[in-house]
Every structure is written in C-alpha cells, then in structure tokens.
Design a protein around this ligand. Structure first.
Ligand code: ATP
Ligand code: MG
Length: 217
C-alpha cells in the first residue's frame, strides 16, 4: 500500500528563490526501504523536512495514506505517524540510553505501559546490551548513539521512518548492522523506511532508489 504520494511537489526557500525541489511525483510504499541520493545541495534534507511535515510545499502536495499532510494537525501527524532520525541524533548526553528512549515516549503523549522495560527491549533489539543501555550517551560510541537514536524513534511506533545519513561516519560492519535493522523494520514490520545517503552500498541494499538532481538557476 502506498504511504506517501507526491503530486508535483515543489519547494523554494523564499518566494523569489529558485525551486530546490521541483515537480516531484514519487511514490513511497510500506514494507520497503528507499534511498534518496544526489549531490550535496540537491535537496535531500529539504525533501525529508517536507515529508516530516516540518515545512510545507510551495506548490503541489504530499498525501499520507491518501490525506494531504498540510491539512492534517502537524503535531498529531509528527507524533503519531513519522519518526525522524537526524544526523546529529539530538540525544540528551547526560541521560542514559534508556532515559532518552523513555523521555521520547513521555513526549509522544501516547499511553505506553512499562516504559522502562519497553525501552530496554527496544535497545536490545537494535543490538545494545543492558550494560550499554544503562550508560550515559556521552560515554557511547558514534555507532552506539546511532542505535539509541533508532530505538528512540521506534519507541512510539511510527509507520514511517525518515533518516538523514544514518550511516555517515560509521565503519563498514556497523553500517551493515544498521542497514539490517532498517531492512527488518520494513520487511518484517511493514514500515516505510526512507534514508538519505551518500553511500553507494546503502543505496544498493535498499529496495528502491530515487536520485535528486541539483537545480540550476
Ligand atoms: N534554510 C535555508 N534557506 C535558504 N536556502 C537553503 C536553506 N536550507 C537549504 N538551502 C539550500 O537549498 C539547497 C538544498 O539543500 P539541502 O540541505 O536540502 O541539500 P542536501 O541534498 O541535503 O545536501 P547535503 O548532501 O550537503 O546534505 C541548497 O542549495 C541549500 O543551500
Ligand atoms: Mg542534507
């Protein structure tokens, strides 16, 4: 089933600026991993911002499950349906991994029972053991922090996962581990996973690749 349908999607920063996103008609379906590739400045992060509802299209529309997201309550849309993993992770460094995940459940406003146990289970599922789950973020490696960021996003059960360069700065083996997590989320749990990447390996491991081109003035 299609999760997102883009209809002639356009976006420009400021009314007299050139389009960064120009007439896109992509479709994203559930149970698949997508890679968005393209040169620096092509509009990849901008496209993720549009899909996450953080910015609204200048022209055209994005349908989520058939509904125009610019007409949905943005808070409800973001806290219920989409999980965004930013490149900088945005974790709180002085809290433990478990505390970061519990905090995101609290913020989502969803009724979740046994938050601490659920957080620990999610962290285990992305390959972090209990000792690591109890450590503060500032004492974790980049790859471990990346896993905490994924567990945190999964904590409120979004249908869509958007991730900006999720494997940037990771070694090959850790990168493969992270990609396997995304593949399981799509293929076993039916989620729609959309990754922005500069890595040909990540692109090759996904089910579908969309390439954005840099727009000339
Ligand atoms: N807030 C902003 N105001 C004005 N222009 C912006 C803004 N953010 C991005 N841009 C411009 O929009 C274009 C697309 O930016 P975007 O961040 O989406 O590119 P990207 O494909 O993610 O690049 P990278 O691979 O370097 O992360 C660039 O030319 C950028 O300079
Ligand atoms: Mg970017």
């Amino acid at each position: 089933m299609s999760t997102f349908t883009l209809n002639n999607l356009c976006y420009s920063y400021g009314s007299r600026q050139r389009d960064v996103i120009s007439n896109l008609n992509y479709v994203f379906e559930d149970s698949k991993v997508y890679s968005i590739i393209g040169k620096s400045g092509a509009g990849k992060t901008t496209l993720l911002s549009l899909l996450s509802g953080l910015v609204k299209p200048t022209k055209g529309s994005i349908l989520y499950d058939g509904n125009d997201i610019s007409k949905m309550d943005p808070y409800r849309y973001r806290s219920n349906y989409v999980g965004v993993i930013f490149q900088s992770f945005n974790l709180l460094p002085h809290l433990t991994a478990i505390e970061n995940v519990v905090l995101s459940m609290d913020i989502s406003g969803k009724k979740i029972t046994g938050k601490k146990e659920k957080a620990q289970m999610l962290l285990n599922s992305v390959g972090l053991d209990d000792a690591t789950a109890h450590r503060r973020i500032l004492k974790l490696s980049g790859g471990e922090q990346q896993r905490v960021a994924i567990a945190r996003t999964l904590s409120y059960e979004p249908s869509v996962i958007l991730a900006d360069e999720p494997t940037g700065n990771l070694d090959g083996e850790t990168q493969t581990g992270i990609i396997n997590i995304f593949q399981d989320l799509a293929h076993k749990e039916g989620k729609c996973v959309i990754l922005v990447t500069h890595s040909p390996y990540v692109a090759q491991m996904s089910d579908m690749v969309y390439e954005l081109a840099v727009k000339k003035d």
